[in-house]
Design a protein around this ligand. Structure first.
Ligand SMILES: NC(=O)c1ccc[n+]([C@@H]2O[C@H](COP(=O)([O-])OP(=O)(O)OC[C@H]3O[C@@H](n4cnc5c(N)ncnc54)[C@H](O)[C@@H]3O)[C@@H](O)[C@H]2O)c1
Length: 142
């Protein structure tokens, strides 16, 4: 397992979030070379990535942008071996109140990204599915 991730170039979207930031810590522990894609904000705040152990920052490149901006995501995804796509709006009350925003942000951005996978250099896309059959994201792996 450790050998598998050593020196692998990995992009994680939703990097400032709960799962993304913990995944990044683990990947860095396993020797991966990680790029974290965080949503841009004017405070240049990286979310939960702000509190990962400081020594891990040497193995991490952070790219700010929006998943709806295909140029931003395809730029970040150039030459990576694996993509964990975890960026999304996850709040259930918010998705009831703002379904359009949720659909555009989560489904359309993922669709664009999958549909133009070649532009990201992603050869093979494996969706990952959690319990109850709900699709929560995708992993790009050659
Ligand atoms: N947390 C859990 O227990 C859990 C369980 C099962 C599945 N999941 C799934 O895992 C994924 C990540 O969940 P999480 O708990 O880390 O969520 P989170 O809200 O902590 O993180 C999501 C991140 O995505 C980013 N994001 C949202 N829209 C973006 C956009 N347009 N551009 C760039 N970044 C954007 C947010 O800024 C946030 O940092 C989701 O798909 C979620 O449904 C989470």
């Amino acid at each position: 397992m450790d050998h598998h991730w050593s020196k692998k170039k990995v992009l994680v979207t939703g990097a400032g979030g709960f799962i993304g930031s913990h995944l990044i810590e683990r990947l860095i522990d396993l020797g991966a070379d990680v790029t974290g894609f965080v949503r841009y904000n004017s405070r240049n705040d990286w979310g939960l990535l702000e509190i990962i152990p400081p020594h891990m920052l040497d193995s991490l490149e952070v790219v700010s942008g929006d998943l709806l901006d295909f140029d931003a995501i395809s730029g970040a995804a150039k030459n990576v071996d694996v993509i964990f796509h975890l960026g999304s709006l996850i709040s259930i009350p918010y998705s009831y109140n703002r379904p359009r925003d949720t659909i555009e942000n989560n489904i359309l951005s993922t669709f664009k990204y999958l549909n133009r996978g070649k532009g990201t250099g992603c050869g093979k896309i494996r969706p990952y599915i959690f319990k109850r059959g709900i699709w929560h994201g995708a992993v790009c792996a050659d």
